[in-house]
Design a protein around this ligand. Structure first.
Ligand SMILES: Cc1cc2nc3c(=O)[nH]c(=O)nc-3n(C[C@H](O)[C@H](O)[C@H](O)COP(=O)(O)OP(=O)(O)OC[C@H]3O[C@@H](n4cnc5c(N)ncnc54)[C@H](O)[C@@H]3O)c2cc1C
Length: 428
């Protein structure tokens, strides 16, 4: 299959030209923070590049990923060839600048990619999501020129990355993390000791962003981000989890036993890791929301094909009974509503800097994960016995949907965030 890079005209991939050439809801740099100068367009209006990407990723998902989805789920393992092809297609460096070997596109393009992949396999989607929205973005935003030069070309072309924040005793309360980093007397290196839990992509990754505390007495203000290579002595993958859903996506426990990390592998500034984690997860949340809307649409499409075309009872297709039609219409309406929240969050994020999109991101993730669970659950019922057996993908979509309410902030944590921001606005 032709690579994604080759399907996009070179000029069209340059962000500056993109802003000039396309009618879009995305905001050109010069107009940041000034929505008033825009003619409103439908929320799903994609840029020309995003539209082409959607089409090309959708084809890749159907032709390359789909034939392997069931096999990967049963084996609980990501196919190595798929990972290689994701790199070949430019999907592992969507936003990475071309000078580092990336595709040089925008955040909207990353979201479109995540959503299209999830329509076929939420496991492949989350691999791409974490790699792009958390790992690559961390390097792009906080990395020193040397770190970017060393790691971004690998991350964009051949090496998977992981984002390591959670620990056995710190999930929702992420900043209670206990992994420690001790600076050497000369300041040339740090020794990292501790454990991380539930780390996505860990079995495939060679590059790990690890959050550790350099000054526990300062609480969360000691949290610092480091870049670890799998080859560093003392680094180990202790366990690969067996899971309910997204089984092909690896989720592992990592241990660090006095891992010596050179000072140049400190990501950003010592003690600012907590700020980076918050900011990256705010953005990452939009990616998970897109994974969930893609999943919901995939489950819906899979079921309607069957009930409108294949399965007949009482002399007609089962999807033609009004009791079924109304449920199908209701589900699709909810999917569209969730997608509106997701793409609104994308455009607000593209237009605003700092934390200006936190509420939108939290609402999108909360609602999209609820819709994904509801729709994928109903889709099984619409398909009857065929929805329940492991022959098709209906039951898998439902199992995969559960994680949306858990990772990158549980639903309760999203509700807490939304409520806090609303109170700020309304409380006198
Ligand atoms: C498949 C998978 C992949 C993951 N990938 C990664 C990864 O790549 N990197 C990473 O760092 N982490 C990862 N995680 C960890 C994930 O982010 C955490 O599981 C998540 O943040 C929730 O933490 P917890 O599991 O400890 O739940 P807990 O924090 O123990 O929460 C348990 C319950 O208590 C509720 N709760 C907690 N605090 C509050 C509160 N203040 N108010 C109301 N309710 C509350 C929660 O909503 C939840 O319902 C992954 C997890 C899974 C399962």
């Amino acid at each position: 299959m032709a690579s994604l890079r080759s399907t996009l005209p070179r000029a069209l991939r340059r962000p500056s030209l993109l802003a000039l050439r396309t009618t879009t809801t995305a905001t050109p740099l010069a107009l940041r923070r000034n929505f008033s100068e825009f003619n409103p367009t439908p929320i799903f209006h994609l840029t020309e590049t995003e539209e082409m990407l959607k089409e090309s990723v959708g084809r890749f998902a159907r032709e390359v990923v789909l034939p392997k989805v069931r096999e990967m789920d049963e084996a609980e393992k990501m196919d190595r060839v798929i990972v290689e092809q994701l790199f070949e297609q430019g999907l592992m460096g969507v936003e990475v600048e071309e000078e580092y070997g990336g595709s040089g596109m925008g955040f909207g393009a990353a979201v479109v990619t995540i959503e299209e992949l999830a329509r076929v396999d939420p496991s492949v989607s989350v691999l791409v999501d974490v790699h792009n929205t958390l790992v690559n973005t961390a390097f792009r935003t906080y990395g020193s020129p040397a770190l970017k030069k060393k790691y971004l070309p690998r991350l964009a072309t051949n090496t998977v990355g992981s984002f390591c924040l959670s620990e056995p005793a710190s999930g929702s309360d992420a900043f209670a993390l206990q992994t420690k980093a001790v600076k050497s007397p000369s300041g040339a290196s740090y020794k990292i000791t501790g454990q991380k839990m539930w780390i996505t992509n860990a079995a495939e990754s060679e590059i790990f962003i690890v959050f550790a505390n350099v000054a526990p007495e300062r609480g969360y203000k000691g949290i610092t981000a480091f870049v670890l290579d799998k080859s560093m002595p003392g680094f180990a993958i202790a366990k690969k989890e067996k899971k309910l859903g997204i089984k092909a996506s690896s989720t592992c426990v990592l241990t660090f036993d006095d891992v010596e990390v050179p000072a140049e592998n400190l990501l950003g500034v010592e003690g600012e890791g907590y700020k980076y984690a918050i900011s990256l997860l705010n953005e990452g949340r939009i990616g998970i929301a897109a994974q969930m809307t893609g999943l919901a649409l995939g489950a819906w499409e899979n079921a309607v094909k069957y009930v409108w075309n294949d399965r007949k009872q009482f002399g007609k297709h089962v999807g033609e009974f009004q009791g079924m039609q109304f449920q199908i219409a209701q589900a699709r309406t909810e999917i569209e509503a969730a997608r509106a929240l997701v793409y609104n969050a994308v455009r607000v994020k593209e237009a605003k800097t700092g934390e200006g999109f936190v509420r939108e991101a939290a609402m999108a993730k909360l609602y999209a994960s609820q819709v994904a669970q509801r729709v994928s659950g109903s889709a099984i019922e619409w398909m009857g016995g065929m929805g329940f057996v492991r022959e098709g993908l209906a039951e898998k979509f439902w199992r995969d949907s559960k994680i949306g309410a858990i990772y990158e902030g549980t639903s309760n944590i999203q509700l807490q965030t939304i409520s806090k921001l609303l109170q700020k606005e309304y409380k006198v």
